[in-house]
Design a protein around this ligand. Sequence first.
Ligand code: ADP
Length: 386
Amino acid sequence: MIEKLITSNLKMGIIAGGQLGKMLVQEASRWDISTYILDPDSECSARNVASVYVQGDFNDFETVYNFGKRVDILTFELENVNIDALQQLKSEGLKIVPDPDVLALIQDKGLQKEFYLKHHLPSSDFACFDDKKSIEKALKSGEIAYPFVQKLRKGGYDGHGVALVKSAEDALLDGMSIVEDKVEIAKEIAVIVARNSMGEIRSFPAVEMTFNDETNLVEEIFSPANISLEEEQRLKELSYEIIKKLDMVGLLAIEFFIDKEGKILINEVAPRPHNSGHHTIDAMVTSQLKQLLRAILDLPLGSTELTSASVMLNLLGEAGEHGAVYYEGFVEAMAIEGVKIHLYGKKTTRPSRKMGHVTILDKSVENALKKAEKVKSILKVKAWKK
Ligand code: ADP
């Protein structure tokens, strides 16, 4: 692999060409890696920057298998991939990082929770259910009680497939689910950790996330998080422990809760670059994308030193706006010192669609948060009306 890399002959396949795929392609191109993208959407974000674009469904066995046959190394930027095809490719000798076994475990929130339990890793109590009916039965028998959080075991994202159920008035989701104790959340924290095949591990400093109550999407992420040194240290230890116990090579984003009593609980993990690491591009010595490349290519991991305090805002499509996109206030926002705008290249907007993000750098999180308020009031994703 290294020989191919240092002779500019490496072909890397990335399953899905969303914004994370695009960012990975951009980093890979600095090392002259040829990037192959598989995505059903011919207008996907990574298309214009990738070396080769392949149109196809990443849930289809044949499509994923044939795609894998064209590259030297394969990775993914989302969890919802045909695992059987990955396993087949692996058995035929293709290097896939992270390993498909790790993806299979993480794809299923039930298996994920069982993994935490088995390894004595702190996470909220839970139970698995086959469908809505079995949850209703468990409620009747007193086996579970309100309030709780129901999550579909597979296929959820950005809060879809998650329901806070406070009373009989709240609707249950149908499908294979887990039911978790509702955590009294004081803070939501994320840590991204990387591990290479030599067993070297490094984590980025913790970030703190705030969510929008209506859209359930991340509103702001700031770095460093407003937590104690002890909490930072404990989060780091837990991150190292999780990636080691998963025996995983690659990049792992871990979402944590700190509850009102100060207890740290693991919420969930994602084995790929993550929204909570966007700031690493502008505010860290090594970005999460570069760290992933280092991990999957068996290179030494890069420094996870912070170069600046930062706040990250998702640029979401405004409510009620559909169609060809335009970025209102772009020029004005650019005039604010430390504002870095990243656009994902999506041609059309719709309400809450992730169209880009803004990273705001400043001497302190406090200053950056003030600028973030200004940016939010100026920069809006709208539909173009001539
Ligand atoms: P997704 O995979 O869609 O991101 P998450 O598991 O991260 O789903 O849940 C989305 C949000 O729901 C979390 O960020 C958190 O605010 C809330 N949430 C999830 N699990 C719990 C829980 N056990 N108790 C309280 N709130 C929760």
